[in-house]
Design a protein around this ligand. Structure first.
Ligand SMILES: C[S@@+](CC[C@H](N)C(=O)[O-])C[C@H]1O[C@@H](n2cnc3c(N)ncnc32)[C@H](O)[C@@H]1O
Length: 224
C-alpha cells in the first residue's frame, strides 16, 4: 500500500489531507552505514548519560499518566532509563521492569538501587538484540525519545517492530510530545502526533492522546 493510501486508511485523515501530508522523517535515508552500532553518532556522553540529571519533563509527564493506570502486576519495558526515577516509583507495584540504556553509568546506578524485579541492560534499541530480549510480553513500553536518536528509517522501523513484538495485544507504548520534539542529530526526526497515527497504520498500533502531550500507541489484535 502506498503512503497516501496508508494515511487515508488510518481513518483519521481525509483523502485531501493525506495527499498533502508527508512526515519530515520520510526524507531521511532508508539505511545508514551503522549496521553494528545503529543510532545517531554521538561524540560525547552528554546525550546518553542522564544518571546524574533530573528526570526530563516529558518522562515526568508520562510517569504522572502511569499513576492513573492500573500498574499493579504490569510488565514494563523502560527504554532510556536515565536516573531510574520511573523504576523507583513503580518497581514495587509492577511485575518487573526491564530497562535499556547505552550508558554504563545509568546501568551502574540502577544496579545499586536493588529494586525488586528491576533489571537494566546495556542494549541498543535500534539493534537486532532487542528482538530476542525476552520471551514474554510487556504490557507497557515507555520511550519518551522514540526517534530522537534515530539514524535511518530501517533502524527506526526495526525498533518499532521489536516493540510491537515485545508487547502483549492491547499493550501500550507511552511517549510524549516534548521528547518527540527533541533530536540528538537530524531534526527531521522530530515527530508529530500525526506521524504517530501514520506509524500506527504501518505497525498495527492505534495512536491516542492520554493528555495534551502524552500519547499512547496500543497494539491491536491480529486480524482473524
Ligand atoms: C535524554 S536521556 C533521557 C533519560 C530519561 N528517559 C529521561 O527522560 O529523564 C536518553 C536516554 O536514552 C538512552 N538511549 C539513547 N540512545 C539509545 C539507544 N540507541 N538504545 C537504548 N537507549 C538509548 C540513553 O542512554 C538515555 O538513557
Amino acid at each position: 500500500m502506498d503512503e497516501r493510501k496508508e494515511l487515508e486508511s488510518s481513518g483519521s485523515l481525509g483523502a485531501d489531507e493525506a495527499c498533502e501530508y508527508r512526515s519530515a522523517y520520510q526524507e531521511c535515508q532508508d539505511l545508514c552505514d551503522r549496521l553494528e552500532n545503529p543510532g545517531a553518532p554521538l561524540d560525547s556522553d552528554r546525550f546518553i548519560d542522564s544518571s546524574r540529571k533530573p528526570t526530563t519533563i516529558d518522562q515526568s509527564r508520562i510517569e504522572e499518566v502511569m499513576e492513573g493506570l492500573p500498574c499493579d502486576g504490569l510488565r514494563i519495558l523502560h527504554v532510556g532509563v536515565g536516573n531510574s526515577s520511573l523504576a523507583r516509583r513503580f518497581a514495587s507495584r509492577a511485575d518487573g521492569i526491564m530497562g535499556l540504556t547505552l550508558s554504563p553509568n545509568e546501568k551502574s546506578l540502577s544496579d545499586t538501587l536493588g529494586l525488586p524485579g528491576y533489571t537494566v541492560l546495556l542494549l541498543n534499541k535500534y539493534g537486532r538484540e532487542l528482538l530476542s530480549l525476552a520471551k514474554t510480553g510487556y504490557d507497557l513500553i515507555v520511550d519518551n525519545n522514540l526517534a530522537s536518536f534515530a539514524c535511518c528509517k530501517f533502524h527506526f522501523y526495526r525498533m518499532l517492530d521489536s516493540y510491537v513484538a515485545r508487547l502483549v495485544t492491547g499493550g501500550m507504548i507511552l511517549t510524549d510530545q516534548r521528547g518527540m520534539d527533541w533530536t540528538a542529530g537530524d531534526t527531521r526526526w522530530r515527530l508529530t502526533y500525526r506521524d504517530l497515527e501514520s506509524l500506527g497504520s504501518k505497525f498495527h498500533l492505534q495512536a491516542h492522546r492520554l493528555t495534551e502531550s502524552v500519547y499512547g500507541l496500543n497494539k491491536l489484535a491480529e486480524p482473524r
